[in-house]
Write a protein that binds this ligand. Structure first.
Ligand SMILES: *Cc1c(COP(=O)(O)O)cnc(C)c1O
Length: 371
């Protein structure tokens, strides 16, 4: 059975996909290392210590890259969050709450739930910017002593808002509550330093933002938590319980490694990516499509609101699927089928000329259907 990918040569503005496109090196590695367990050829018992291919060297580079003491691979950002929550919870059985921002990804809530923890949400400012009020973290943490962990989504996956992580980390430090930064949408796109942001844990997603096939993630943490998060099994020495002994054992990790040079280069151009995103948002607004979330925006992931397209969808034969179908005809992929009034997209690494094509497409569609 062979499946062809329908959107292969399309302009891709799918926020899930723009940061996970493979580098040329990663494409080669995909074939070479595709066989199951190929990474285990020379393994002596621990994934992070494999020398052929040089996973151990890669671990050291990642520690520098994220400025953290420890690195473990996971199968994604969510597994990193769960490992941390579960380990901390076991070490502090009296603390049953995780404080998270209300723009958090669903997987943060599920990780807490699976670890047997309850969630307290820090509210956002609501329409139209949905900003997280960093001060609220302080208020909540000051008012209770049963908080195990604070989590900040940096940025969130809906509006692409980048809250002030330093403000939150200062509040956490003051109350002795560790902070996990969910960098699924930032690590690999923009520079991220755990030290500078003041976090105790960061999670990254290889398939979301580090040009990898995945599923693969990176968990970075401070050595203060090594004994808790990376504790050894009592049955098998050297095997770490929270990671079930081994995690991303195969080609997903190889693509992450192969793309790392590319990732290190591309984060240097983050300012240009932000500038391009802002330009795109302005052009969309000229068409009457409003950008919600922080303004001016600080990330390539953007959320839009369009009354015009919604009004059209109520009148046309295909209903709310018309936009998806029209964009598909124009070979543009990334707006979810059925959405017209609210949708998100990403301009990350999409050439400006392609974005002009996207803008023209929106303009033409509005013109063609307008009554
Ligand atoms: C995509 C996303 C995730 C999930 O990442 P995985 O690596 O697939 O687990 C988590 N958090 C945010 C904010 C995301 O956007």
């Amino acid at each position: 059975m062979f499946f062809e990918r329908q959107v292969k040569d399309f302009i891709n503005i799918d926020p899930l996909q723009t940061g996970g496109k493979l580098s040329e090196d990663a494409k080669k590695v995909l074939l070479e290392w595709g066989d199951g367990y190929s990474i285990c050829d020379y393994c002596t018992g621990k994934l992070e210590e494999i020398t052929k291919p040089p996973v151990n060297r890669f671990v050291e580079e990642l520690k520098e890259f994220f400025e953290c003491d420890e690195v473990r691979f996971t199968t994604g950002a969510r597994e990193g969050k769960f490992a941390v929550m579960h380990a901390l919870s076991r070490a502090n059985p009296d603390k049953k709450y995780v404080v998270v921002d209300s723009n958090a990804h669903y997987s943060t809530l599920l990780a807490a739930e699976r670890a047997g923890l309850n969630v307290i949400e820090v509210e956002n400012s609501g329409y139209p910017e949905y900003r997280i009020n960093e001060e609220k973290y302080r208020e909540i943490l000051e008012s209770r002593n049963d908080v195990l962990l604070a989590v900040l989504t940096y940025p969130d996956g809906n509006y692409g808002n980048l809250p002030d992580a330093k403000k939150v980390s200062e509040a956490c430090r003051g109350e002795d509550v560790p902070l996990l930064l969910n960098c699924a949408y930032s690590a690999g796109r923009m520079p991220i330093s755990m030290v500078e942001l003041g976090a105790d844990f960061i999670v990254a997603s290889g398939h979301k933002s580090m040009a990898s096939a995945g599923p693969v993630g990176v968990l970075g943490f401070s050595k203060d938590y090594t004994k808790i998060v990376a504790r050894w099994s009592k049955y098998r020495k050297g095997k770490e319980v929270e990671f079930l002994g081994c995690t991303a054992r195969g080609v997903p990790l190889l693509t992450l490694m192969a793309s790392f040079d590319h990732v290190k280069e591309r984060i240097k151009r983050w300012d240009q990516e932000v500038e391009k995103a802002r330009w795109f948002a302005e052009e969309m607004e000229k068409l009457g499509i409003k950008q919600l979330g922080e303004k001016p925006h600080n990330h390539d992931l953007m959320f839009f609101e369009s009354e015009i397209l919604y009004e059209i969808s109520r009148k046309v034969k295909r209903g709310r699927y018309f936009l998806y179908k029209e964009l598909k005809k124009k070979r543009i992929h990334g707006i979810k089928p059925g959405l017209t009034k609210h949708f998100k997209l990403s301009t990350y690494l999409v050439p400006k000329d392609d974005l002009r094509i996207v803008l023209n497409a929106f303009e033409e569609i509005i013109e063609a259907y307008k009554v």
